[in-house]
Design a protein around this ligand. Structure first.
Ligand code: KMH
Ligand code: ZN
Length: 272
């Protein structure tokens, strides 16, 4: 089995300091959380950015500021800026970080429920996102919240509407209203992906560590972080993203899986 790539989703667009005071908003807080995750063993940081008051933004300049500041501290980390942004943002607004030519960015693979809201990713929107990634030579991380998202994106790849092999998928399971976080659902999704693809699993809320354990033993990769889960264990808030990553590292060690550093992760993902 390849080494385990750990992604830290350090910030997200929805969680707040009221829920966990360690959720980062400012540039220096974002750098602090990225470094804590990296020091604990994350090779990848999935990045959303905020205004200083916590409002989610997709501002190109805010992304530039955060990316530059993170890279000064941890130059080799792989950054995956979000093109999902927050529910309700337009495609143009969401696409701004792709103007900075990151090596990877997320591409969300279909419309879905998102708690009480609807996360819009219509076919025309996804074609625009795919075209941008092709033009700017950005490797997408395909975010699948629903089983149907996978079918959708595989069809788009076949038509050349989005970048193709080798594809990297992130199965985000347990978002309220989307595919539940079960090993059976994860296994079904993993069986659909083309040979040579790589995949990551993200479990939302209390599913974070059970899905991490499944990803570790199934040969996939794991994402954790405040975007997905604020707790280290039942009722215990995590003090940092590093604490969440460290728990995955401990699980992986117990289960006999080594951790990939950024150079190894780049090779596994076909970036190097
Ligand atoms: N904030 C969610 C609505 C992504 O980063 O691409 C979408 C999201 C996905 O976080
Ligand atoms: Zn995200």
């Amino acid at each position: 089995m390849e080494k385990l790539i750990i992604t830290a989703a350090i910030c997200g667009a929805e969680v707040t300091k009221e829920q966990n005071p360690a959720v980062p908003y400012t540039v220096s807080e974002i750098v602090r959380e990225a470094k804590s995750a990296y020091d604990a063993g994350a090779a990848i940081v999935h990045l959303h950015v905020r205004k200083d008051d916590g409002t989610p933004t997709q501002s190109r300049e805010r992304f530039r500021e955060c990316i530059d500041a993170i890279k000064r501290e941890i130059p080799d980390v792989i950054l995956i800026p979000s093109t999902g942004g927050a529910v309700g943002m337009s495609a143009e607004e969401r696409l701004q970080p792709t103007e900075l030519f990151p090596e990877m960015a997320t591409l969300d693979c279909g419309t879905c429920n998102f708690g009480d809201e609807i996360f819009d990713n219509t076919m025309p929107m996804m074609r625009i996102f795919g075209k941008r990634m092709l033009e700017n030579h950005i490797k997408p991380e395909y975010e699948c919240f629903e089983m149907g998202h996978l079918d959708t994106i595989l069809n788009m790849a076949k038509k050349g509407e989005v970048p193709g092999a080798p594809m990297q998928f992130n199965f985000v399971l347990g978002v309220p209203g989307c595919t539940p976080a079960t090993v059976g659902n994860l296994d079904w999704m993993v069986r659909q992906i083309p040979a040579g693809s790589t995949w990551t699993v993200t479990g939302i809320g209390r599913a974070a560590f059970p899905m991490a354990a499944a990803g570790i033993i199934m040969g996939g990769n794991v994402r954790v972080g405040f975007e997905d889960n604020l707790y280290l264990s039942r009722g215990v808030l995590a003090k940092s993203n590093g604490e969440l990553v460290d728990k995955v590292v401990r699980l992986a060690r117990e289960l006999g899986r080594e951790i990939a550093d950024p150079a190894e992760a780049r090779r596994i993902l076909g970036l190097a």
